[in-house]
Unconditional design. Sequence first.
Length: 256
Amino acid sequence: MTVSAITVPKRAMVLAAGLGTRLRPLTNDRPKALVEVAGRTLLEITLTRLKSFGVEDVIVNTHHFAEMVESYLAAHGGFGMRIAISREDVLLDTGGGLKKAAWFLRDSGEPFFLHNVDVLSEIDLAAMARLHAEQGALATLAVQARETSRPLLFDEHDELCGRVLKDGEREMVWPVADAEALAFAGIHVISPRIFDLLNEDGVFSIIPEYLRLAGGLAAAGEKIAAYRVDGAYWRDMGKPESIAAAERDVAAGLIG
């Protein structure tokens, strides 16, 4: 596979610090990052996939069984990548975890991937990165037309304009009559200038910040863009039955 060195990020962050409560009892004695699918850990699958698209430097956040993750990465030589660790004594959520890793991600001045460790996909990350560069987006989110309890809302230009809350109410950052509800796939491409724009500190989710930035910066040309991956293989590894389903998918050749 040939990818553009200009538009495909060389750096990434893997979100691996969570408690993995939905995966219990598999996470009673290990972090979710080290749960296996067909003999390979979720962390190995994520890292080797990122590497296949040209990523060279990765920061992994840790918390639950942090030492196990760090020892595992050391024992496997970082799977041929340069690996840094961002240990969180308190879980910082997606936004807080990202902001804590700013020292690693912003220096190159180039976009980077942010990838949940507990999703499996065949999403074309190179095409996603190219779209991000072409759009000049602040962040680009992989999204799908599928059922989800917390969809994001996008306008006719595939720009983030709101979300659906737990009670079914719509939170809009600007009025869009026919906004499309799409499910987030847990993979982002982010421009490092975001670190100058994040107002929150400590524990916070990145999605409310995306909404704030989309609404506040739209007039200045900033955008949070959608990358549609409706036809791509994707599976959330949040529950034990998802692991079994993914192993069947591997056996069927649906995912490598």
